[in-house]
Design a protein around this ligand. Sequence first.
Ligand SMILES: *Cc1c(COP(=O)(O)O)cnc(C)c1O
Length: 453
Amino acid sequence: MKYFLTEDQTPRHYYNISADITEPLLPPLHPKTKKPVGPEDLAPLFPMELIKQEVSKDRYVEIPDEVRSLYNLYRPSPLVRATRLEKQLKTPARIYFKYEGGSPSGSHKTNTALAQAYYNKQEGIKKIVTETGAGQWGTALSFACAQFDLECEVFMVRGSYDQKPYRKVIMETYGATVHASPSTITATGRAQLEKEPSSLGSLGIAISEAVEVAIQDSKTHYALGSVLNHVLLHQTIIGQETLKQFELANDYPDVVIAPLGGGSNFAGLAFPFVGEMLRGGKAVRAIAVEPASCPKLTRGVFGYDFGDSAGFTPLLPMYSLGHDFMPPGLHAGGLRYHGASALCSHLLNMKKIEAVALQQLECFEAGLLFAKTEGILPAPEATHAIAQAIREANQAKENGEERVIVFNLCGHGHFDMSAYEDYCKGQLKNHSIEQAVLEKSIRSVQLVPEEIS
Ligand SMILES: *Cc1c(COP(=O)(O)O)cnc(C)c1O
């Protein structure tokens, strides 16, 4: 059963949860001075409109007409009741999913890529440089840059670059230039290769490389596909649509689930629901699902940490495993980031959201069951949400209770066939990170300075 909205019902505003959070967020700090960063610190990297959104307290931020009409290439996206999965699980729970895999890049990342490319174009920028892990963000930004006649340069984490050759090809098809990271074209990349010639790279390293290139030219900006407030803001069109679709379904979720890499697709689906709750509306349990091999919310610490591994970015107040944490070569590449967005971290501290870490075998098993019953092959990241949805549905069955579950099917897995191949051949294994290893990398997370807390 599907719940569709018309193009006309595409949201006109982004929803800013900061307006509904009463306990103030800590500010990002300058990496050298350790003072709160101002707009002028961020201006070499981002257009002023995005910097304003980053600190905005307005509940609603208008979506520009041009961006909204580009959204209509693939939005509103469907909300689907997974009746075949329910039947298979013999659960009394009602399971819904919001499908973001129908976008040009195959994931939710297009929602922010289009907005970011638009604001950069408005400011006269010619080129955007970025990093990509699994490749979804690089694909989304390549497509968005093509819509606004901007150049696009992408540093792709070596591990996925080798694992997913067609990700590179699709980015090039949209007109982007792609480098494997660590690369030899930046000082950060060269230093890393000297330390470890066969490095598989990490998002932290790739971010450092992209930032290094962006700051060298005034007509070049940097763009981030997750973590920052403005990225989460753009994704809230997902949850706003879902709220309207639940009206059509004459239903309302008890549990809202999404995988969490940096926090953007989780925020996109969950924040409009959490916002309703913060304003006195119906309560929901919002659950962020992370991989057991990169467990920042469940085993990391809250403090100030860099967004990248070289320490170029501002220090962000977040749950982190330490900026040089090197996760194992996990197949859900989009979840291999060391930190979680400041907003998600803050809401976890306020106990307004929950977090759980799952092993990859359980997730792939859930992904296969979902593909067989509902027909869509999920991105490995999205299988984390499916696995948790199945846990919730099984628990509802045990308790003999109704439970309404919605999860974000944030992308399809058509470029991730090597992961599915490995799983089907029995070549994937679970990872558990030893406490001693975590404790070592966590040491680089800095305590909140007293004058700020
Ligand atoms: C990037 C990505 C993620 C992880 O990033 P978030 O910002 O946490 O959403 C998860 N799933 C897919 C499909 C992605 O492309």
